[in-house]
Write a protein that binds this ligand. Structure first.
Ligand SMILES: [Zn+2]
Length: 656
């Protein structure tokens, strides 16, 4: 592992806290050191308070911040003198410890300081860095991990047996540091947990971390346990229907819709098909705080019933031994390993599922290297339980606000690169859904760079392309719960007498046939939606009130309208609702070129401006207006409505 320190970059960060921010980000950039909120850093700074008195402030990573993207305000400023006084107490509960730390900060708006704050405070050096380095865990998580760690580090690191993070661990480390530490000590290894490094400057502490982790890497290499080969298997195609059924079963078990992200590649297949998978994957996580994301063990294969029984047994065994009563978390697995598809990661949001996937990817490295070193050995289930059911996590559970309305659900929107479709993508993302956007325009692929969006270039009139797109949607998120049929085209104005058959067929193909294809392909997935499937058809005012010169468009939309009504009848028993919106005069869409707009205005003998607000309410209807209503139609307000047609047109005399 190499130091990422660059003088050029470092120059942009001022003072001790500035450089603390810089090297924290450097640690965060290295995924094999810390993942998603894991690890923490601190610096002790002498400052003058309002009264002109000097005091030492411990700036320690605040909870909810990620090292990779941390800012100065992500550090909680705690008075060090109070931290040190607290450390002298014979005992201190976690909630009281947090209360004490929060009430002794300099800034009311700062985040709650890390649970490892007292430990940081007790370390004598100015800068303290802490990571859960894969390489170190690969060594400590073995039968003779402690001996190997002492062999690697000698006097350079104090070695601490596993203890749950919190007050006791901090006191224990301080005692051991005094007992074991020498002038050569630059770090501390916490067995089965991670590693600390110290220094008088930000760079020194950071580079010692890199150096210490490199020693572990070199040790693994010397034992032939660094590059671990998996038997290669060529990935096939994900069976979307099977994954959607699995996601439905997981969601039912969790009591809430979950996103399921499937990763079928050579590595995951190689791991899932190992003969010893039943042994190596069932011991526990690489470091205890992963349990919050991944649960203690992955599910092997598809037997959820068995996993739930096992999870309840684990809870039943350890919960009664806890000091306070515990509330059982949902018993659904978050990692599924299967020889058929490799790995599937579940989470309440697409971001959560992506985090689970990434954590388990690193867990595989740790397991394989530890195996090569002599056998992976995780902590006993009791220790993992204590972290999974920690007071502070349980408190979060009780506080936890209401999730967004479509949290854990998946929406697919066609014609999503512009106009109503693009606005629909935004409306569903804002309501917590994972969204798949299809469009002919390849702009769709870069519409949003976020884990809950997948943009796919797709010609909706091409069935094989649509099939591939739905499979990719289910692979990414586990299902399709909501469908917004928006893609359409508006042919140039043409009287029937002069309408070429080709233009008629093109309109029918895009505005009608494509929707039938997609509805048919999505039906099995909509049926499996944990909260029932929903379809919103973007129709047109032209259905109830057609205009001259638009026969190809009006006829296609009218047929689509009828198709939706029949679908409402046929799919009601499957719990699928299908409703139609009839927008009119939405001019900020891809359909309306200046030319078409001018032609239509002329048709009605109006100026373009008058044409835009030519409705009862004299208001302009925007893409966003239509998109927001489409999203609401998938929500609880419309839970008992299907087969409806709702105008979004500012009021049209011919329709009213
Ligand atoms: Zn830690």
């Amino acid at each position: 592992m190499r130091s990422l320190w660059k003088d050029e970059e470092a120059k942009q960060f001022k003072g001790d806290l500035g450089l603390r921010v810089y090297t924290s980000r450097l640690l965060g950039r290295e995924k094999s050191l810390v993942l998603h909120g894991g690890g923490n850093t601190s610096v002790k700074v002498r400052e003058k308070n309002l009264f002109g008195e000097e005091e030492t402030i411990l700036y320690v990573k605040g909870s909810g911040w990620d090292l990779e993207t941390i800012e100065p305000q992500g550090f909680s400023p705690v008075r060090l003198s109070h931290v040190l006084r607290l450390s002298e107490l014979p005992s201190l509960s976690d909630p009281e410890m947090v209360n004490q730390l929060v009430t002794h900060m300099l800034k009311a708006s700062a985040p709650a300081p890390s649970i490892e704050t007292i430990l940081h405070g007790l370390m004598p050096q100015k800068f303290v860095d802490h990571t859960h380095a894969d390489a170190v865990l690969s060594v400590t998580n073995t039968k003779d991990g402690e001996g190997r760690i002492r062999e690697i580090y000698g006097k350079r690191c104090v070695v601490i047996p596993y203890l749950m993070p919190g007050f006791d661990l901090a006191q224990f480390c301080a005692r051991e540091f005094r007992a074991q530490g020498t002038k050569d000590t630059v770090g501390m290894v916490l067995l089965n947990h991670g590693i600390f490094s110290f220094g008088e400057t930000a760079r020194e502490s950071y580079e010692r971390m890199i150096e210490l982790v490199t020693l572990a890497e070199q040790y693994l290499e010397s034992k032939g346990a660094w590059s671990v080969e998996l038997k290669p298997f060529v990935p096939g195609t994900v069976d979307a229907a099977a994954q959607a059924r699995l996601r439905r079963a997981l969601s039912d078990t969790a009591g809430t819709p979950l996103i399921l992200r499937t990763t079928m590649n050579e590595r995951m297949l190689g791991f899932a098909r190992r003969a010893d998978i039943g042994h190596i994957s069932q011991q526990g996580p690489a470091t205890p705080d992963h349990v919050i994301r991944t649960k203690r063990t992955p599910m092997l294969g598809m037997d959820i019933g068995r996993y739930v029984v096992e999870y309840k047994r684990y809870f039943g065994e350890h919960a009664p031994k806890a000091k306070e009563p515990k509330t059982m978390l949902d018993p659904a697995p978050r990692v599924v390993l299967d020889p058929g598809f490799g790995l599937a990661a579940a989470g309440r949001t697409a971001k959560d599922a992506a985090i689970v996937d990434e954590i388990y990817d690193h867990t595989i490295d740790v397991i394989l290297r530890a195996e090569a070193l002599g056998g992976f050995r995780a902590l006993p289930a009791k220790d993992i339980f204590d972290v999974e059911y920690w007071d502070l996590e349980q408190a979060k559970l009780k506080k936890g606000g209401k999730p967004p309305v479509f949290s854990g659900e998946v929406a697919l929107v066609t014609g999503a690169a512009s106009g109503i479709g693009k606005a629909a993508v935004a409306a569903f993302l804002a309501r917590g859904a994972a969204v798949v956007g299809l469009d002919l325009n390849d702009k769709i692929e870069s519409l949003h760079a976020r884990p809950d969006f997948l943009g796919l270039r797709c010609d909706v009139t091409d069935e094989p392309q649509l099939k591939l797109a739905t499979t990719r949607a289910v692979t990414a998120f586990g299902g399709i719960d909501m469908l917004v049929l928006n893609a359409g085209m508006f042919p140039a104005t043409r009287k029937i007498a002069e309408l070429p058959a080709e233009e008629w067929r093109k309109s029918m193909s895009v505005n009608l046939d494509a929707n039938l294809l997609l509805m048919r392909l999505c039906h099995p997935f909509l049926k499996l939606g944990p909260r029932g499937g929903r379809v919103v058809v973007i129709g047109s005012k032209n259905v109830p009130a057609p205009g001259p010169g638009a026969s190809a468009y009006s006829a296609a939309k009218a047929a689509l309208n009828q198709l939706a009504r029949v679908a409402a009848l046929e799919w009601g028993a499957d719990g699928i609702r299908i409703n139609t919106l009839h927008p009119n005069a939405v001019f900020d869409t891809g359909l309306w070129t200046e030319e078409v707009l001018a032609q239509r205005a002329k048709q009605y003998g109006m100026t373009v401006e008058a044409y835009k607000t030519n409705n009862v309410l004299r208001t302009e209807v925007t893409s966003r207006d239509v998109a927001e209503l489409a999203a609401e139609m998938c929500g609880p307000l419309f839970a008992k409505t299907t087969g409806a047609q709702v105008p979004v047109d500012g009021g049209n005399e011919r329709v009213i």
